[in-house]
Design a protein around this ligand. Sequence first.
Ligand SMILES: Cc1ncc(COP(=O)(O)O)c(C=O)c1O
Length: 489
Amino acid sequence: MSVQTGNTASPLAPEWLAVPEDLNALQEPMWARTVERNDDGGLAVAGVSVAALKEQFGTPLFVMDESDFRSRARAFKDSFDAAFADICGGVDVYYAGKSFLCTAVVKWVEEEGLRLDTASGGELAVAARAGIRGERVALHGNNKSDAEINRALDMKLGRIVVDSLAELERVGAIAQARGDRAKVMLRLTPGVHAHTHEFIATAHEDQKFGLSMAEDTTGQAGLSAAEEAVAAASAHPGIELLGLHCHIGSQIFEPDGFAMAAEKLLRFLAAMQEKYSIVMPELDLGGGYGIAYTPVDTPRPAAEIATAMAAVVRSTCAELGIEAPRISIEPGRAIVGSTTFTLYEVGTLKTVRVDAPGTASDGGNNVTYPRRYVSVDGGMSDNARPVLYDADYSAVLASRTSSAAPQLSRVVGKHCESGDIVVRDVYLPEDVAAGDLLAVPGTGAYCWALSSNYNYLARPGVVAVRDGSARLIVRGETEEDLLNRDMGA
Ligand SMILES: Cc1ncc(COP(=O)(O)O)c(C=O)c1O
């Protein structure tokens, strides 16, 4: 049995992972726009070096490029406004706060002309603290509490997205008791479910969200849960029915699924308007636009998606002879995901040897291949996505460049959990050593937001960098934060 070394592709690597020509290069769509290498080889964002960030804020650290966030937010707003200008005068873009939320981000969102989508009372509290006007905020959730509904009404939210008939009755009753009318959109499941490059145009009813558009879902022949809700909402004195909503999935690259859902909802909207003699002036097509986590991911520019969706909305409305509703969308990941990388310090390193079938030149014998485990000072508590969703990430050596050979590596965290993986497969320079800094791009969305205190690790801070200066927008937790809810013996 032979032992493989050197810089050829490892058979232990997944097929999609190529050995990079230059291990020091920052592959384009994965990184925020101002991230580059300094003359000394270290990474810098908006002119601030990772060495300086580590010195001032420590690691692990979420490093966010503020101007990149702003330009991605504006790109959505401008592209969708342009594509839909002749259809419905533009589009309302609700930034999905669940992807990453703090008061600074709410302010950026407002300054760039976007609105805010929230999914809980806690997210509403952040919105309130940031001072965004309630009319520019939406509230989601499949199990809203009465307190959350009351808070939404107190804040005079622009829309409450209602998820079920029971919730519709509750929102209506609460609003009516207050002498109010809740502005409501109905979340429907259009039977289009998309993920990455594929979308499945079959009923995707087996999930917790939304009102089914499939007929007979009410037990009454021909009546869908969606129609039952439209009828109930339009007759309820405590409800102002604004329109319909759907969200077909996440990390979607191709626009076809969005277009198909738009067409389906428009046909339903037209049918309901006619049947119940009502007007539903708004239609929300949700979020889910994909980003690059690895070099093989191919996200589409916002303008391309907007043009494809506008074409379908334009032609469907013309065919149905209806005035187009005001369109809105809810991107989260595609605005914040690529703005941020996580900075880690390398600690323990270990190389294991794994047997795998050799090539023809190995005479059909097994060959032992090396895989190096690179432990960093965070892990599944600051990025749960690899564990939760099998999500792939990438990484580069951030504190310096290296001309060493590539070695297949697995970046792992420091938790007491063998599944604690940050980057499952990546080629890193062979000479990566304890004390080096690593940067993992694409961690702006659903990483800090999903972070935990597993093993009593303090959650990292989030630093925003802009024009050569860095400031904390969320401070990292301290040991005191970790202990101060422990009530003692
Ligand atoms: C209703 C709704 N809107 C918007 C989003 C944002 O999705 P993304 O961050 O993928 O754009 C989500 C995410 O789960 C969602 O559930």
